[in-house]
Design a binder for this molecule. Structure first.
Ligand code: ZN
Ligand code: FE
Length: 259
């Protein structure tokens, strides 16, 4: 398994850096800004092999052109349905990428909702999902509909329970505060809370996290669970007719939620 490191950027973004097996090259995910990546490359004497982009937002793609100035040979894989400057390989669902020196083989899926062309890169071990799934939360539905976002999360759920989630932001503790509002008696959530709190106190990322842990703790992946349905019905005093309706209300509740 490749060594994967979080390069912090801005206030709470992570630029994920995947090391090649020989340790000389990097594949990086969602560089919103170039400088922290350049610093990391220089300090560790590495070459930039490729860049993966999950969606067009600037905090995920703003560093591409500056990185290409120094590493013009780097391949840039990005969503085919969005405009991202510097993309050399437009990716769509079912496309596959093989990084031979990395023993890294990634599949592409469309996960619209946060943005309409949002994609994820995954295999059975790793998932790079940008701003769609967060630990104990999910991205805001900016361009798509709640139904699209719900379906994208359901697609992610099918990838596998041992898969490690590498998402775009450190939002875990804030997400847990909301999740505990929804499911105050969720034991797995309490455990994740303690674990994430300890990591953050040491200034370590709360990520990656397994999908299995997310299935037990993330309310947005639990729209079919009775506890979550009850919580949403109690909060809104409306009968929920299907999981998409649960998801839409949950997302709206979270939008209004302040600590
Ligand atoms: Zn975004
Ligand atoms: Fe973002």
């Amino acid at each position: 398994m490749n060594n994967i490191v979080a390069i912090p950027a801005f206030k709470d973004n992570y630029i994920w850096a995947v090391h090649s097996l020989d340790g000389n090259q990097l594949v990086i995910v969602d560089p919103g800004i170039a400088q922290p990546v350049l610093d990391y490359l220089h300090f560790n004497n590495l070459t930039l092999h490729s860049i993966l982009i999950t969606h067009h937002h600037n905090d995920h793609s703003g560093g591409v052109l500056d990185l290409l100035k120094e590493y013009p040979q780097a391949q840039v894989y990005g969503p085919s349905n969005e405009k991202v400057s510097g993309v050399t390989n437009a990716m769509k669902e079912k496309d596959r990428i093989s990084f031979t020196h990395f023993d890294l083989h990634l599949n592409v899926i469309d996960i619209p909702g946060h943005t309409l062309g949002h994609i994820a890169f995954f295999n059975e071990s790793v998932l790079f999902c940008g701003d769609t799934l967060f630990s104990c939360g999910c991205g805001r539905v900016f361009e798509g509909t709640p139904a699209q976002m719900y379906n994208s999360l359901e697609k992610i759920k099918k990838i596998g329970k041992n898969t490690l989630v590498y998402c775009g932001h450190e939002y875990t503790l804030a997400n847990i505060a909301f999740a505990e509002q929804v499911e105050p008696n969720n034991v797995a959530l309490k455990k994740r809370h303690d674990e994430a709190k300890k990591l953050r106190q040491q200034n370590l990322p709360s990520l990656p996290v397994t999908l299995a842990c997310e299935f037990e703790t993330n309310p947005f992946l639990r729209c079919q669970e009775q506890t979550v349905i009850d919580a949403v019905e109690n909060h809104y005093r409306v009968k929920m007719l299907d999981p998409v309706m649960v998801f839409a209300h949950l997302r709206e509740w979270k939008n209004q939620f302040t600590l």
